[in-house]
Write a protein that binds this ligand. Structure first.
Ligand code: ADP
Ligand code: MG
Length: 385
């Protein structure tokens, strides 16, 4: 177990790809840490540098304060599990799991005891003498995790370990992995492109985009106080609606245009309005209501936008309605027993307390997010002042 510190890490491939850009963070001893981002954002590169499979172009990595850049994965005592497990197909589960101990020359009895213990932890005792080639994908991944854990690593690195499994199995393994990590207390890092995986399993999450760190925090912090529109849209089960308000005028009542339609803005947006930048508004689908046309009063307490139903999707316990408003789409979550027809005229409304306000154009969120603040963060800051 170890505390892991990365300082000013850069990774260039071939002098042309700047895959990881000046990243610094610390993982606490025993923490379960998530590296989250879309494909190509640099997650695997960070993990491979942590594990010692790749050298940083610049920057330092320390385990419990001691520099490890020059150490091999073996010397760091790091274990890795990849999306495609690298089990020996002709070997049994027992032979695969015991392999790292056998090459270290541990006594037979000690190996048997350790393998038995870890097999119990991963519920694979009944598979112990089956060949890897005769197991399902989920069973193989359990064996791969057992093999990683059997030598009690300082750091466990997981690269999309359950991404290719079917939905039900993934949900089950999420819970199992979280319980296992908690009971062992092994410092662990999981790479994933799936926000739900990161949210459900880890203690803290680092969100990356194009090699640049966007935000580090607990799932709750990132969900409720995303630092920019990219994080807000990427994080969560349903993407946050993000749209630009332009042509803003302030004649007592703040007004502008959204998707070509004239809208009134709540007073809280006033603090964010300036001539040189567009206002970017965000709201989660759960914070957006949808109404039959003409049903809602325009009362200044909410932002109301008119449009037509693009599609309504039945999710069982909710109905997700996508509304086309000019050149903008807005998603609203509503009760599952309501019904909306394609192209039906509707209005969506967003209450002031569900609104987020971001700096900059929605589609080109500043890569360095330091100046961006969300409305919730502003409100929190205001309430603490
Ligand atoms: P992620 O795991 O988030 O998908 P990666 O760390 O694998 O991202 O890749 C980040 C960027 O670096 C991508 O643009 C990828 O194409 C590039 N990259 C990764 N590995 C190499 C490599 N060995 N050589 C050249 N470019 C690479
Ligand atoms: Mg990857």
């Amino acid at each position: 177990m170890a505390k892991v510190t990365l300082s000013g890490i850069n990774k260039w491939y071939g002098g042309t790809v700047h895959a990881v850009q000046d990243i610094s963070f610390e993982i606490a001893d025993g923490e379960f840490f998530g590296l989250l981002g879309p494909s190509g954002s640099g997650k695997t590169s960070v993990l491979r540098m942590l594990a010692g499979l790749e050298k940083p172009t610049s920057g330092t990595i320390a385990f419990d304060g001691a520099a490890v850049e020059r150490q091999t994965p073996q010397a760091r005592n790091v274990a890795m599990v990849f999306e495609q497990n690298a089990l020996y197909p002709h070997m049994t589960a027992r032979q695969n799991i015991s392999y790292p101990l056998r090459i270290r020359g541990l006594p037979r009895a000690e190996i048997d005891a350790k393998v038995g213990e870890v097999a119990d932890m991963l519920n694979i005792r009944h598979l112990i003498d089956r060949r890897a080639s005769q197991m399902s994908g989920g069973q193989q991944q359990r064996v791969a995790i057992a093999r990683a854990l059997v030598r009690r690593p300082n750091l466990l690195c997981l690269d999309e370990p359950i991404a290719h499994l079917d939905t039900l199995l993934r949900a089950r393994l999420r819970g199992e992995l979280k319980r296992l990590q908690r009971s062992l207390g092994t410092t662990s890092v999981i790479v994933t492109h799936d926000p739900i995986e990161a949210m459900t399993m880890t203690d803290r999450i680092a969100v990356m985009r194009d090699g640049v760190m966007q935000q580090i925090g607990t799932a709750d912090e990132i969900y409720n106080r995303p630092v920019n529109a990219f994080v807000a849209q990427f994080f969560g089960l349903h993407s946050m609606n993000v749209f630009e308000i332009d042509g803003i005028a302030d004649a007592g009542v703040l007004a502008g245009h959204c998707g070509g339609e004239a809208v009134s803005l709540p007073d809280m947006a006033r603090a964010h309005v300036s001539l040189e930048r567009k206002l970017v508004i965000g709201a989660r689908p759960s914070g957006v209501a949808v109404h039959k046309a003409g049903e809602i009063a325009r009362d200044g307490e909410r932002l109301v936008v008119a449009g037509r139903v693009y599609v309504a999707e039945q999710l069982g316990d909710a109905l997700l309605v996508t509304v086309q408003a000019g050149d903008t789409t807005i998603q609203a979550m509503t009760a599952p027993d309501r019904s909306f027809a394609i192209d039906e005229p509707v209005e969506v409304s967003i209450r002031e307390d569900s609104l987020y306000v971001f700096d900059g154009p929605a589609r080109s969120t500043a890569r360095h997010a330091t100046s961006a603040r969300s409305a919730v963060a502003d409100r929190l800051a205001a309430s603490q002042a």
